[in-house]
Design a protein around this ligand. Structure first.
Ligand SMILES: Nc1nc2c(ncn2[C@@H]2O[C@H](COP(=O)(O)OP(=O)(O)O)[C@@H](O)[C@H]2O)c(=O)[nH]1
Ligand SMILES: [Mg+2]
Length: 200
């Protein structure tokens, strides 16, 4: 079932402000995390497409919310990354408006995937985001990306450390595909539950 769910991903829309969000439709799963952690790469590998979401070597500064459709099953939503030390104040404010606007107002939001680099998860910014998300009735999953750069022992340690903060966390690599199937299973389950009307 998960493979089928993710098999027909297509680009839907790119929005620089909330007025440009496409009308609400099937349930959505939002991806959130620091810039350059591998968020776009994770969306690509989950969707089984090489360049669905734009992934880059140079930290991208695209401040847009990108929507990808999975047909009737749901949508994946790539939220702009955070964590730029040198971003001007005005730009940071714009980011905050866009992201909090999406998370607070989107009635079809089924869950949030917090994407973190497995080598240094739970940065102060991640912690702040998690605190902010805590009161929202929304499912969450942490993906610990670039797990291919860790030894098995380091991976196990990081995973149990992260699970103390985010109950559901997976080691993930878009390079060697570690964690792809379990992540698809989780997300497909969220979409299914959301479509049948339960929020959490
Ligand atoms: N080794 C490794 N590199 C990755 C992985 N995922 C992403 N990258 C690299 O990290 C950089 C940033 O990835 P991207 O998906 O654009 O990050 P985003 O800014 O969070 O969307 C790119 O150079 C990717 O090739 C992974 O699982 N393993
Ligand atoms: Mg990206």
């Amino acid at each position: 079932m998960p493979v089928k769910t993710f098999a027909h991903a297509v680009f839907l829309a790119s929005a620089g402000r909330s007025a440009e969000f496409p009308p609400e439709g099937p349930p959505e799963i939002a991806f959130l995390g620091r810039s350059n952690v591998g968020k776009s790469s994770a969306i690509n590998v989950l969707a089984g497409r090489k360049r669905l979401a734009f992934a880059s070597k140079t930290p991208g500064r695209t401040q847009t919310v990108n929507f990808y459709g999975l047909g009737e099953f749901g949508r994946l939503v790539d939220l702009p990354g955070y964590g730029y030390a040198r971003v001007p104040h005005a730009e940071r404010a714009k980011w905050e408006r866009l992201v909090t606007g999406y998370l607070l107002e989107r009635r079809t939001l089924a869950g949030v995937v917090i994407v973190m680099d497995a080598r240094h998860p739970l940065t102060p910014q991640d912690e702040r985001l998690l605190e902010w998300l805590a009161p929202l009735a929304v499912r969450r999953l942490a993906l610990l990306t670039k797990a291919d750069k860790l030894s098995r022992i380091e991976g196990t340690r990081v995973l149990s450390q992260t699970r103390r903060t985010v109950a559901d966390a997976l080691l993930f690599s878009s390079l060697d595909r570690q964690g792809v199937e379990p992540a698809r299973d989780r997300l497909a389950q969220w979409l299914l539950e959301a479509r049948s009307g339960s929020r959490k």
